[in-house]
Design a protein around this ligand. Structure first.
Ligand code: ZN
Length: 183
């Protein structure tokens, strides 16, 4: 089955307590996220990574604390989540970075183009924040006709209630299901 992995916003500002917009507990995801990204590499599954890349005075900072300003340490991904061969979208590479200035990754037009090229029969989604950027990614994929699976152990939420609502809307699968080649 043609599969694409979509790693959503796994950046230092979100993942670690010292980050500008820390998602509580997210640092515990990092080993699981690393397993997923390196599994993608070993299985030659295309890995698309969305990344916030804000300007200094981004309009989003009226709503959220200043975070993930392009070029800052907090905007980076942990080393463990990087593959040696990566490129900025729309270039095709084992790891493709889709930068965005909005909670909706489809605001970067290159994402739709990558998907049209890769033609996935399934999109495996993980990252942060479950009920914000992961939700926009999953919903955007479903709206465009793609089949979505969210990896239950590899997402983290700010609101338990909002995350529970996600479980009613999208199929969640276990990390073990994905890593054992389940479809
Ligand atoms: Zn942002």
């Amino acid at each position: 089955m043609r599969t694409v992995f979509l790693d959503v916003d796994t950046q230092l500002d979100f993942l670690y307590p010292a980050g500008a917009l820390y998602v509580p507990g997210a640092e515990h995801l990092v080993p699981l996220l690393a397993q997923l990204n390196h599994y993608a590499a070993s299985e030659r599954i295309p890995l698309i990574c969305t990344m916030d890349a804000h300007t200094e005075n981004d309009p989003e900072f009226q709503r959220w604390p200043r975070h993930c300003v392009a070029g800052t340490l907090g905007q980076r991904k942990p080393e463990a989540l990087l593959l040696p061969q990566r490129a900025l979208a729309p270039v095709i590479a084992p790891q493709m970075i889709v930068e965005k200035q909005s909670v909706d990754c489809f605001t970067n037009p290159h994402l739709a183009g990558l998907l049209a090229t890769l033609q996935p029969e399934r999109c495996v989604v993980y990252g942060v924040v479950t009920e914000i950027c992961v939700l926009h990614a999953a919903q955007g994929l479903v709206d465009r006709g793609y089949r979505v699976q969210i990896v239950a152990e590899a997402v983290r939420e700010l609101s338990r209630e909002a995350a529970d609502a996600m479980h009613a809307r999208f199929p969640f699968v276990s990390l073990g299901h994905i890593l054992s080649g389940g479809e």
